[in-house]
Design a protein around this ligand. Sequence first.
Ligand code: ADP
Length: 252
Amino acid sequence: GTLDINRRDEIGQLAKSFQTMVHKLDENDRIRKEFISDVSHDFQSPLLNIKGYAELLMNSDLAEQERTSYAKVIQNETERLSSLTKQLLLLTSLDQLTAPLEVKLFRLDVQLKEIIRRNRWLLEEKGMSLTMDIDEVEFRGDPAFLEKVWENLLSNALKYTENDGLIDIDLVKEKDHAVISFRDNGIGIEDKELTRVFDRFYRADDSRTQEIGGTGLGLSIVQQVVRLHGGMVEVVSNKGIGTTFVVKLPTM
Ligand code: ADP
């Protein structure tokens, strides 16, 4: 009678929630596997380059110029490995909240300009133009973490924009906020992927298929650090036209 029906209902519901759970687990599993394969690839390719160029360097009759250029590859690849490792460690520490903010009073505009200066050679290498409009802003926050935010946003704008593209960086001082925006005219992000780009390990289809290197960790670090400062980050994008990330940080 009714009992049986209820039973069947319960079992039906149980089966359904198992299905949802398994689906979620599958999805997590898929994301994790993809992540491991991305990270392995990210470690593997610089390691192979280092090994290859180190072998070339052992050849004694190299011209001075060749030797320097091989050594430079090794240096760059080592830096890539080190930044990847740092990114993974930073994310872990943000995660476990073992890294409380070290708050200091500093000039946000000076920090932004310094990061732009540091990346000049990359911009030049890609033939990119950069415009900026930067207000003077005194800010209370963790400079080391915030530096990571600007670095990640700038490196994305560079990575996901074709050669000769445009990047615009603005810092606007509002009454009780600092508004920082990074705009590019790069590959853009599909609407349906927009909400997911801040997810850990998430990479839009294009970035994977076009084999642009990355881990999908950069924007989740951006979001976590901004949130830890009581701020928020938003993205606006048009496929094939460009992307703008806007960070809003409270200044009081
Ligand atoms: P990563 O760049 O290492 O893949 P991120 O977390 O920094 O990871 O970014 C997640 C994804 O968001 C990227 O893989 C890319 O698909 C997309 N994305 C981020 N920034 C941009 C941008 N400026 N233009 C287009 N796509 C972007």
